[in-house]
Ligand binder design. Structure first.
Ligand SMILES: *Cc1c(COP(=O)(O)O)cnc(C)c1O
Length: 391
C-alpha cells in the first residue's frame, strides 16, 4: 500500500514514452510530421474507425467536428448538464445556441427520456446532439441517435473519458456506429496523455477531410486540389479554401500519444481491475454511500471513479469530507458543476432547474483512479472515507 498522496488522477509516463519524445525531438519534425500520421492510423485501428483526425485538444476537436457538420448561428447543440464546459462552449464558438439537457441522477448520462424533454426546446432548429460518456460509461447511443436523427440532428460523441470503453454491442467507443463523429482528449488526467491533444474519429470520409482542412487554416497545398489553377510562375501557390484555425497536434505530442497507445490495454485492464475493487468495497454500505453507477450491458474503461454520497443525510458537507480526506493523503474532485449553473450560461439561457443534474451534482465525488495505483489503494481510500463519513 502506498502511503504517499493519491491524487484523483495521474498520468503514467515510462522510459518508452520518454524515448519516443526524445527521438522526435532529434528528428526534422516538431509539428505535423510522421508521428502525427502514425498516431492517427494507430488510433483509428484501435477504436475500429475508418478515419481519425488529430488536433490540439478535445476542445479543438469538438469545435472542428461541430463546424464540419455545419453548426452555425440559428442552430442548436444539445449537451448534457453534467460535463466539462468545453462540450457546450464549442457550439458557442460556432455561434450556435446551447440547450442543456438533464441527465440520469445516478450515472450523470444523457438518456432517451432527458433528450426527449430537451428536444421540446428545439423549435425546429437544425443542429446536433453531443452525448458525453461520463466517467467512461457509454451512453445509450442507439436510442439517443435515433431520437436525434428523427429531428434531423447530427450526433457527436464527446468521448473524452471513454477511450477503451465498449458499448452494448461490444464495439469500442470511437467506432461511431451511430454517430457522425467521436471526440477524444489526451489531457494528462485522461486515460492517454499527450500533454495537450485530441482526436476525432468518424466513418464519414468527407467529414474527416473537412476537419483536416479546418485544423490547419483551411489551407490546401496539393496542386490537384486547387480551386484556382496552379501557375508555373507561382510555384509557392497555396490556397485557403475555407476558414480554419491552427488546431494542429505537434509531432512531439503525437510521438507521446503513439507510445501511450501501446499501453492502452494495460491501462484499461488496470482501470477495470481497480474499479472492480472499489465496487466490491463500496457495495452494501447503506443508503448514503454508493459505488460509481454504470449502465447495464456496457463495459466501461473508467476515466473517473465517481461515487455517490448523500452528504446531507450524513450531516457532513462535501467540502469538509474532501478536506479531511486530503489530510489523509487522498485527493478527490467533483465532476462536474452543471453547465447550466455557470454564470455565462445563466446569462445566455436564464435560470434553469434540471433535477437529475442537480441530484447528481449534490452527491458526486471522484475518488483516486489511475493505473499506477497499488492493488491495496482502493481499500486505503474506502477505509479512510468510511471513517470520515462516520460509517
Ligand atoms: C477534458 C474534457 C474535454 C476537453 O478536453 P481538452 O483536451 O482538455 O480540450 C471535453 N469534454 C470532456 C467531457 C472532458 O472531460
Amino acid at each position: 500500500m502506498s502511503d504517499g498522496f493519491l491524487p484523483y488522477g495521474r498520468q503514467w509516463i515510462d522510459d518508452a514514452d520518454i524515448e519516443a519524445v526524445t527521438t522526435c525531438l532529434k528528428s526534422d519534425y516538431l509539428t505535423t510530421g510522421p508521428a502525427v500520421s502514425a498516431f492517427e492510423r494507430a488510433f483509428a485501428t484501435v477504436v475500429q474507425a475508418p478515419h481519425a483526425v488529430s488536433c490540439h485538444s478535445a476542445t479543438a476537436g469538438l469545435h472542428l467536428a461541430y463546424d464540419a457538420l455545419g453548426l452555425g448561428p440559428g442552430q442548436c447543440a444539445i449537451v448534457p448538464a453534467i460535463t466539462f464546459v468545453a462540450t457546450a462552449n464549442a457550439a458557442r464558438y460556432c455561434g450556435a445556441d446551447v440547450i442543456v439537457c438533464d441527465v440520469d441522477p445516478d450515472n450523470g448520462l444523457m438518456t432517451p427520456d432527458t433528450l426527449s424533454e430537451a428536444l421540446k426546446q428545439l423549435e425546429g432548429r437544425p443542429g446536433l446532439v453531443a452525448p458525453v460518456h461520463l466517467a467512461g460509461v457509454p451512453c445509450d447511443m442507439p436510442a439517443l441517435a435515433a431520437l436525434a436523427r428523427a429531428h434531423g440532428l447530427s450526433v457527436v460523441e464527446d468521448a473524452s473519458h471513454a477511450v477503451g470503453s465498449l458499448d452494448e454491442a461490444g464495439s469500442p467507443t470511437g467506432a461511431c456506429p451511430h454517430s457522425d463523429a467521436a471526440v477524444f482528449s489526451f489531457h494528462p488526467v485522461k486515460t492517454l496523455a499527450c500533454g495537450e491533444g485530441g482526436m476525432v474519429t468518424t466513418r464519414d470520409a468527407a467529414l474527416a477531410e473537412r476537419m483536416a482542412l479546418a485544423r490547419s487554416h483551411g489551407i490546401v497545398r496539393e496542386a490537384d486540389r486547387f480551386e484556382r489553377s496552379a501557375r508555373a510562375d507561382e510555384p509557392w501557390w497555396y490556397e485557403m479554401q475555407a476558414l480554419g484555425w491552427n488546431y494542429r497536434m505537434p509531432d512531439i505530442n503525437a510521438a507521446l500519444g503513439l507510445s501511450q497507445l501501446n499501453k492502452l490495454e494495460l491501462f484499461a485492464s488496470r482501470r477495470r481491475q481497480l474499479a472492480r475493487a472499489y465496487d466490491d468495497l463500496l457495495e452494501g454500505q447503506g443508503a448514503h454511500l454508493a459505488p460509481s453507477a454504470g449502465r447495464a450491458g456496457v463495459d466501461p474503461c473508467r476515466h473517473l471513479y465517481n461515487i455517490r454520497i448523500d452528504f446531507q443525510a450524513l450531516g457532513k458537507p462535501r467540502a469538509q469530507v474532501m478536506t479531511e480526506l486530503r489530510e489523509q493523503g487522498i485527493g478527490t474532485q467533483v465532476h462536474y458543476i452543471p453547465v447550466h449553473q455557470h454564470p455565462y450560461y445563466v446569462r445566455l439561457n436564464g435560470e434553469r432547474t434540471l433535477p437529475g443534474a442537480e441530484h447528481h451534482y449534490a452527491r458526486t465525488l471522484s475518488l483516486p483512479l489511475y493505473p499506477m495505483m497499488a492493488d491495496e489503494d482502493p481499500e486505503r481510500v474506502v477505509s479512510a472515507l468510511k471513517v470520515v463519513l462516520g460509517l
